[in-house]
Each structure stands twice: as structure tokens, then as C-alpha cells.
Design a protein. Structure first.
Length: 615
């Protein structure tokens, strides 16, 4: 059995029994001052406990993979006293060489382990901190943060978010850009800024950002840059970023000109769209809605961001271009959609239908992955009929297994994020929670929480991509959106929280959550059995939202019958949600007390009883 030390630290512990010997192996990575610029070492300790009364001699062999690098195992004989224990510790220099490993004493091992624990604990406990009633969720989200940091290499002054290990040891622009967005969502703005600026060093002279993936790289980076500004309000930083961002926007505009006709009637289905490499596994040039959607929202977000810092002329120009681009995409979608088996289908590649043909018009495989990533861009409103065509294909044409995207008879959970986000925005929370818990069960190691790209559903066999950056990114984004999210000028809290987390005696705490309106913290404490759920809220005050909506889905499905804010009853509630108009000048904490109607023989407590804590 393998697990992480303290549940989330990047210290892997493996335990097993052999001939009445209890074995515990502990391994971790270390460098001087935990710096990515220093030499890297792995430390490994094997502790053997003898459960028998008689002394045993144990032969230990430290083996390496791949074996052709270090062909000779390092061997050691241990004498383990009856009812006693013995251990051996090794240090392994990385990358592996012929003489990489040497034995070290227990003191050095413990010192290095202590440095690793303190360093990672400090990193994980910064930014947004989440505590839920489920220990595995608390451990998992911290582990996802750690794994993603481990995927970032530093070369000189440039940070490179690589997509994983195995055959993914390279940067994919789309995944790296979205990782920056996840960092901003989790309040890690300095890291996001460093990585975004590093990604801009990959920009080509003509303004194209294309790093091993495809056209979505370009739009996703513009999106992430704009989101960083929206989350931080750092106008000075955005002004520095504006020149390369404008260059990227002009590249999109120029590429659109290549396919735009003025006289054709009707216009070709690809008119005004960009023909380019769509994604990593298909490098031929084609027109793809997923890529065009990301480029279009990249233009739109950039126009909004530049407007905010007073670059009015450029903002107006980009708005005009983005409006025309959106119109071309929507016109193309309406022309490309077709009927099959009584359903309206939207091909992701309008002029070839390649993805649908490759799956025999099933909603899974590459079609499902690309369709979900298209939804992730939020190019379409969640309830738009075109988005519904895509959702129907996933749900009704075998595109999902246990709420996750089907791929190659397995599941590719991370690519399902766009579908889950669409469900969340349509208030289809049950499907979101199905995906969330299926991800914990099938998308990562059960006790190490290490995300992987594809898992075979029958055997549990993962592809050799761990730790997978894109998986960690999407897992972090999903959990954050379940806990809180922005919807225009509204801040929504608790809309995706599992009902089980609100059973009596349960507590949810979110501290220092970054939002577009400023940091927010809240604590939810449930006494649902007694008829109330209390919320302590520290609202955002940097740029207060128009309203804050707190959603508390009672574990028994009961509706709200009253709400008390700052000691006074309020009427701005319906079903299981309370809406607050925020006071823009009030930075004091808001205390909410929610009284939930009891059924059966129970009775609802009076407001006075609630305020005084009476039962």
C-alpha cells in the first residue's frame, strides 16, 4: 500500500509484509534550500520490523529503473533483532548515473526529510486554504497543488510547466496557460505571474503562441493573462503585458483575414475561421470550433482588460474584431449542425466531421474530449441551444462513463471539466458531484491522489503520465468552482457543495479565497438537525460584487424558511439560497443564520430562539 506522508506531502510511503517482517519504505526528493536550480537528490529509507522472537538477517537490494542506466543493484544485509527493527538509508543523485546511489546515516535522512516537510507545508498553506468534512478531499487538493509545482522546471529565468512524466515531459501551451489560471483561482498570484511571463518567452516573432499543442494554446494564454489581471487588479502589470498581448490579437485577426470572403453567398462554413493545428494528437491543419472559441474569447477578454486600463482605442478595435469573429463562429455552427438518429449534432470540425466519423458518431473518444474543452471556454452561454447539442451528444451518445469523458474504453477525467462547468452553471449539481467523486475513485491514485490522463475502467491501469499537470489543474479548478465562483457581477458561494457536507455537526472552512472582487473567507457550520446552518462570511471589499448568493442545499432536501443577517430577519431568500446585496463600504464580517424548516413531528424554532441558541 502506498500513501503520502501526512496525507498530502510529496513523500511517498509504501508498506508491506514479508515473512513476518513489516517493511516501510519512505522516499522523497530534496535539493539545497529546496531550489529548482540546485542538484536534485532522492532519499530512500527502508525500515524493517521483525514480528518474530528470533533475529533475522535480511538482504536488501536497491534497484533502479530503467535498468540500462544503473545496471548494478546496491546491496545491503540487515540484521533485525527479534521484536526489533533496523533500517538503511540511501541518497540517489538525479539524473541517474552509474554511481548515483550511496548509503547515508539516519541523521542526514531525518534532516532532509524535515526540510522537505517544512518547505512543502509552507507552500501548501499559503493562498486559498480549504477544509471540508472529508479528509481525503482536504489531502487531495493539497496534493494536487504539490504535484503541479513538481511539474514546473526552471531553465535560467524561465519557468516551464511541463505536462507530466513519461512521454509527457514537455510543455503544452494550452495546459500550461490553464495551470496559471488555476493558480490565480487558488490565490497564488505571484506564481501565476512568473509562469505567465515565462510562457510569453515562447511567443514567436509574428505573435503566435504555439507550444507543442495547437491553436488553443494561443487563446488560452490570452484568457489566462486577462484572468490574472481580473483577479489581481494589477493595472501596472497589464500595461507591461499589453504589447505582446496586442501582438497575439493581431495574429488572430490576420489569420481570420486569410479565410474571410466578402462576395460568397452563402458563405463557406469555414468563413472567417482559422485553419491551424487543433491539438497535440492531430497536427494536420483544420478548422476546429474548440480552437476558434478560445481565440475569440481571448480577443474579447483582452478588449475588456485594455478598457479597464484606459487603452480605449485598442479596446474598441478588438471589440469590433471579436464581435465579427463571434458572429462568424455562430453562423458556422448553425450551418454545420445536422440531424442524426433524431438528435441535432454539432461537429467540432465543421467542414470534415472528422471527430464524429472517427467514433462512428458516438459522443466519446476524441469528439467527447474536444467537445468538453470547447464547453470549457464558456464561449457559449450555458443554456444556449448549441451548448445543449454538445451536452446531449456527451450524455446520450455514450460520451461519458460515470460522469467522465470516455476514451479508448477508459476514462479521461480531466478533459471533462468543461462539461462539469456547464452542468454547474445550469444548476445540474448532481452530475458535477458524480464526476467529482468518480475522479477521486478513477482519475488518480486512491491514496496518493496523483492524477493521470487516461485510466482503464476495468483494470484501473493508468497511462504513464503521472503527475499529470492538466489533471491537477482541472481538479483544482473544479473544486474551487464547487465552493465558490463568479457569475458576471455576482459571487456564488456553496453552489456545488455536496449535501453530505451540510449534515449536522459538519464544518466547511475556506480562507483567503481569491475572487475577481477581492479575497473572501467563509465558514459554514451545520446544525441542520436542529433547524439551522450558520455562515460566517468575510466578504470581498476590493471591488464588491453586485450581490452574494449563498447556496445551502440541506442534506434532507428541505427548503429555507427564514434567514437572519446581523441579527435581523431578511426576506431575500428562496428555496435553498440567500441573496445579499453587498454594502460596498462595509468591510465588517457578515454573520448569516439560516433556519431550515423541519418536517414530521419537528417544529421550526422562532427567530428569538435561534438568536439565543435555544432549542
Amino acid at each position: 500500500m502506498k500513501h503520502l506522508l501526512q496525507g498530502y506531502l510529496p513523500v511517498v510511503v509504501a508498506e508491506w509484509n514479508h515473512e513476518r517482517l513489516a517493511c516501510r519504505e519512505t522516499i522523497f526528493g530534496w535539493s539545497e534550500a529546496m531550489s529548482p536550480e540546485k542538484e536534485l537528490y532522492a532519499y530512500c529509507r527502508l525500515r524493517v520490523s521483525n514480528q518474530a522472537a528470533r533475529e533475522k538477517e535480511v538482504s536488501i537490494a536497491l534497484r533502479f529503473a530503467p535498468a540500462d542506466v544503473v545496471k548494478k543493484s546496491l546491496r545491503k544485509d540487515l540484521r533485525v533483532a527479534g521484536r526489533g527493527a533496523a533500517e538503511v538509508c540511501f541518497r540517489i543523485a538525479l539524473p541517474l548515473q552509474a554511481a548515483s546511489a550511496s548509503e547515508v546515516d539516519a541523521g542526514e535522512f531525518e534532516q532532509r526529510l524535515d526540510e522537505v516537510k517544512r518547505s512543502w507545508a509552507a507552500i501548501v498553506n499559503s493562498g486559498m486554504v480549504v477544509h471540508t468534512p472529508e479528509a481525503r478531499v482536504n489531502d487531495a487538493c493539497r496534493a494536487w497543488l504539490v504535484y503541479n509545482y513538481l511539474d514546473v522546471d526552471k531553465k535560467g529565468k524561465v519557468y516551464e510547466p511541463h505536462d507530466g512524466a513519461g512521454f509527457y515531459e514537455q510543455v503544452y501551451g494550452y495546459s500550461a496557460a490553464l495551470y496559471c489560471h488555476a493558480l490565480d483561482l487558488w490565490g497564488r498570484h505571484e506564481d501565476s505571474r512568473r509562469y505567465l511571463e515565462s510562457l510569453l518567452t515562447f511567443l514567436r516573432p509574428d505573435g503566435l503562441f504555439f507550444v507543442n499543442y495547437g491553436l488553443p494554446d494561443h487563446g488560452a494564454l490570452l484568457f489566462a493573462l486577462c484572468e490574472h489581471h481580473r483577479m489581481t487588479g494589477d493595472d501596472a502589470w497589464l500595461r507591461k503585458m499589453a504589447p505582446p498581448m496586442l501582438k497575439m490579437c493581431d495574429w488572430i485577426i490576420a489569420q481570420r483575414r486569410l479565410s474571410t470572403t466578402t462576395t460568397a453567398d452563402p458563405k463557406p462554413v469555414t468563413d472567417g475561421l482559422i485553419r491551424f493545428t487543433p491539438y497535440a494528437d492531430y497536427q494536420d491543419r483544420t478548422v476546429d470550433y474548440y480552437a476558434d472559441a478560445y481565440c475569440c474569447i481571448g480577443l474579447e477578454h483582452t478588449a475588456t482588460a485594455l478598457q479597464a486600463i484606459g487603452m480605449q482605442n485598442e479596446a474598441r478595435r478588438l471589440t469590433t474584431e471579436a464581435t465579427a469573429y463571434r458572429s462568424d463562429i455562430l453562423r458556422s455552427m448553425d450551418a454545420a449542425a445536422f440531424e442524426r438518429d433524431g438528435m441535432r449534432l454539432l461537429p467540432m470540425e465543421p467542414d470534415t466531421h472528422r471527430l464524429l466519423k472517427s467514433t462512428n458518431y458516438k459522443g466519446g473518444g476524441y469528439y467527447g474530449l474536444v467537445a468538453s474543452m470547447f464547453l470549457e471556454s464558456e464561449f457559449l452561454p450555458a443554456a444556449d441551444e448549441r451548448a445543449r447539442w454538445v451536452v446531449d451528444a456527451l450524455e446520450r451518445r455514450r460520451g461519458l462513463i460515470m460522469g467522465m469523458c470516455e476514451f479508448d474504453d477508459g476514462v479521461d477525467h480531466a478533459y471533462t471539466y468543461g462539461y462539469w462547468l456547464n452542468c454547474l452553471r445550469r444548476d445540474d449539481v448532481r452530475r458535477v458531484l458524480l464526476g467529482f467523486y468518480a475522479t477521486l475513485a478513477y482519475g488518480m491514485g486512491r491514496d496518493t491522489y496523483c492524477g493521470v490522463e487516461v485510466t482503464q475502467i476495468m483494470t484501473g491501469e493508468p497511462t504513464p503520465t503521472t503527475p499529470h499537470l492538466y489533471s491537477g489543474t482541472q481538479q483544482l479548478r473544479l473544486l474551487r468552482m464547487m465552493l465558490l465562483r463568479e457569475e458576471g457581477e455576482r459571487l456564488l458561494i456553496g453552489h456545488g457543495i455536496p449535501q453530505a457536507w451540510l449534515k449536522s455537526g459538519k464544518r466547511i472552512e475556506v480562507r483567503n479565497a481569491a475572487t475577481a472582487f477581492g479575497p473572501v473567507s467563509f465558514v459554514i457550520e451545520s446544525a441542520a438537525g436542529a433547524g439551522d446552518i450558520r455562515v460566517q462570511l468575510d466578504p470581498p471589499v476590493v471591488r464588491p460584487p453586485a450581490s452574494i448568493e449563498i447556496r445551502l442545499r440541506h442534506p434532507a432536501g428541505r427548503r429555507l424558511t427564514g434567514a437572519i443577517v446581523n441579527g435581523k430577519p431578511v426576506a431575500a431568500f428562496a428555496d435553498d439560497a440567500l441573496r445579499l446585496a453587498t454594502a460596498r463600504s462595509n468591510a465588517d464580517p457578515i454573520v448569516l443564520l439560516m433556519d431550515v424548516l423541519k418536517t414530521g413531528h419537528g417544529t421550526r424554532r422562532t427567530e428569538a430562539q435561534i438568536l439565543t441558541g435555544q432549542t
